[in-house]
Design a protein around this ligand. Structure first.
Ligand code: ADP
Ligand code: MG
Length: 568
């Protein structure tokens, strides 16, 4: 079975193509979104999703979120006694989603389409693909998130469409795409984005603005700074969501049983958000310019991502485009639905035959060169583009380069992605060393061919016409090779981790919440939480479903009451 996955920075979702329609799959808690959070319990068991998020502010600090931000890097986070890369953590999320599908259908999915931000570079894409493989899924295709959203939107009525714009503001990333549909072809004309802008940043801005007023006594300074920051950010998240539905939001943090609270008004939040809102404009302008489409001829502005639920963002969009955005697709579901549709296309599902997608390569790819200036000096480190950004994919382009020294024996081909004139401003993807016959300067040419496939993975071939030598090299850099070699061992290590049984997810989430509250409260409240938690764990040990349900209800009721109305 082939499933579609939106592997988000904040939330992930899984959908499948079923009877001619994309269907979202609920997780064990019945929710369609699963927070991209992983936690390791003291006994070494892994938790994924809402339960893991509950443990975010726990003292053991064994919870990771937003790890997609360092996908494709060497960075590791320590959870419990083990180190995890973003790839490993993503694999754990993917395993949980896979199990949700198994629970719904009784069949274990083996293949997946996974979405990635349009501007994910080669390394980030490969890491995402490996995460899928670590989770035991063959990744049939990586597709760009906005493309997936466009597919979900375009399929709503299958009508021909003027170009439309997909505006995706998630928890950590912002993505703009311009898409056109005609004669069954979905064409992404341009993509642009800011991978350092999302709902999280609004939380940070709000938290730092409110902190002083919230806590004049400096209570938060008495606890671990990382925990204090986590509590503040969680409070900011709640306040910000409240502000999506009301004119005011409560900003509340409970530290050692002491409740710090204040109210945030819409205008105050908007003032704090101003700088971030301003940053939404640039990628929009760039995408319009690259696609040579002017804003007036866009037929719709399609909103995707939880961040677009913020009224301040909707207002900014309305101002920017001079009209109201479209709210036909569900901003939280569009990407996963689109991935499932792509899955249906790959499986050549009957109902989908007429649709094809053309996507673009959202960034420029090229190599490092040197050039002789008019005064005979050599300037090193220049970027020579081979595939320009927003070129339709799959694409194959060639550049010709020549030697610059007498009897040069080798040409070093360094591959970069980015828009800067000097390579130092771009992202290095890998290096190839190509031996060449020694000749006079400039006498030996090499042909460098870049092939960029529809998953956004790059292959590089180099030919030396003089000798006919073909260096059919791929830019599998050392890191990739190492990662591939380790894949089996890592897969084993991950599946050797004890995963919390899926059917216990709701209980586990409740337990995590009880533990968080125990840490937050003091005195009598804490004693009661302790008692009821103990009763609940005893019930769990008894494995008697009636007893478990009763103890869970009693515990949940207590936590609801305390959190809504904490003792002074
Ligand atoms: P990602 O694509 O990064 O996984 P999502 O599209 O799920 O993220 O969006 C997550 C972001 O959406 C978070 O920053 C969250 O605070 C925000 N969000 C979700 N619902 C709301 C809401 N009702 N009001 C304001 N922000 C929201
Ligand atoms: Mg998203």
């Amino acid at each position: 079975m082939l499933i579609g996955i939106d592997l988000g920075t904040t939330n992930s979702a899984v959908a499948l193509w079923n009877n001619g329609a994309a269907q979202l799959v609920p997780n064990a808690l019945g929710a369609l979104l699963t927070p991209s959070a992983v936690s390791i319990l003291p006994d070494g068991t892994t938790l994924v999703g809402a339960a893991a998020l509950e443990r975010m502010a726990a003292k053991d600090g064994a919870t990771a979120t937003s790890f997609k931000r360092f996908m494709g890097t060497d960075r590791k986070v320590r959870l419990g006694r083990k180190d995890f890369s973003a790839e490993d953590l993503s694999a754990l999320v993917l395993m949980a989603l896979r199990d949700d599908v198994t629970a719904l259908t009784g069949e274990r999915p083996t293949e997946a389409v996974i979405t990635v931000p349009a501007y994910f570079n080669d390394r980030q894409r490969k890491a995402t693909r490996r995460a899928g493989e670590l989770a035991g899924l063959t990744v049939r295709r990586l597709i760009n998130e906005p493309t997936a959203a466009a597919l979900a939107f375009g399929l709503q009525d299958k009508a021909e469409r003027e170009p439309f714009l997909v505006f995706d503001l998630g928890g950590g990333t912002f993505d703009v795409s311009i898409v056109e549909m005609f004669e069954g072809i979905v064409e992404v004309r341009a993509s642009a984005g800011d991978n350092r802008l999302g709902g999280d940043d609004f939380n940070t801005a709000l938290a730092s603005a409110i902190k002083g007023r919230l806590d004049p006594g400096g209570k938060l300074a008495t606890i671990d700074p990382a925990r204090a920051q986590a509590l503040l950010l969680q409070a900011a998240e709640r306040a910000r969501r409240a502000l999506s539905d009301a004119a005011e939001g409560e900003f509340t943090v409970t530290v050692d049983g002491e409740r710090l609270t204040t109210t945030v008004s819409t205008s105050e939040f908007e003032a704090q958000a101003e700088g971030l809102i301003r940053r939404l404009r640039d990628p929009v302008v760039r995408a319009l310019r690259d696609s040579q489409i002017d804003a007036a001829s866009l037929s719709e502005i399609v909103l995707v991502g939880g961040g677009t639920r913020m009224p301040v963002v909707r207002k900014a969009i309305t101002r920017l485009f001079g009209r109201f955005p479209n709210s036909q697709v569900h901003p939280d579901h569009a990407v996963a639905m689109g991935a499932a549709i792509q899955g249906g296309l790959i499986a050549r599902d009957g109902g989908l035959e007429e649709i094809r997608i053309t996507d673009v390569c959202p960034f420029t790819l090229g190599i490092e060169t040197a050039e002789r200036t008019s005064r005979g000096q050599v300037q090193q480190g220049l970027f020579s583009p081979i595939i320009d950004r927003n070129t339709p994919v799959p694409v194959s382009r060639m550049g010709i380069y020549s030697t610059m020294a007498e009897n040069q024996k080798q040409i070093e081909v360094s591959i970069y992605q980015g828009e800067a004139r000097e390579v130092s401003g771009n992202v290095k993807l890998g290096t190839l060393k190509v031996p060449v016959p020694p000749r006079a300067e400039g006498e030996v040419n090499i042909e460098v061919r870049f092939s960029y496939d529809s998953s956004g993975l790059l292959e590089v071939d180099v030919e030396v016409p003089l000798t006919g030598a073909k260096h059919n090299l791929m830019i599998i850099d050392e890191e990739d090779r190492k990662a591939a070699r380790d894949l089996d061992a890592r897969r084993k290590a991950l599946s050797a981790l004890k995963h919390h049984p899926r059917e216990e997810a709701a209980n586990q989430a409740l337990l995590a919440r009880a533990e968080r509250c125990f840490e937050e409260f003091l005195g009598d409240a804490r004693a009661i939480i302790g008692d009821r938690t103990l009763a609940f764990t005893a019930a769990l040990d008894s494995q008697d479903p009636r007893r478990i349900a009763d103890a869970a209800a009693t515990l949940a009721e207590l936590l609801d009451m305390l959190e809504a109305n904490p003792p002074l």
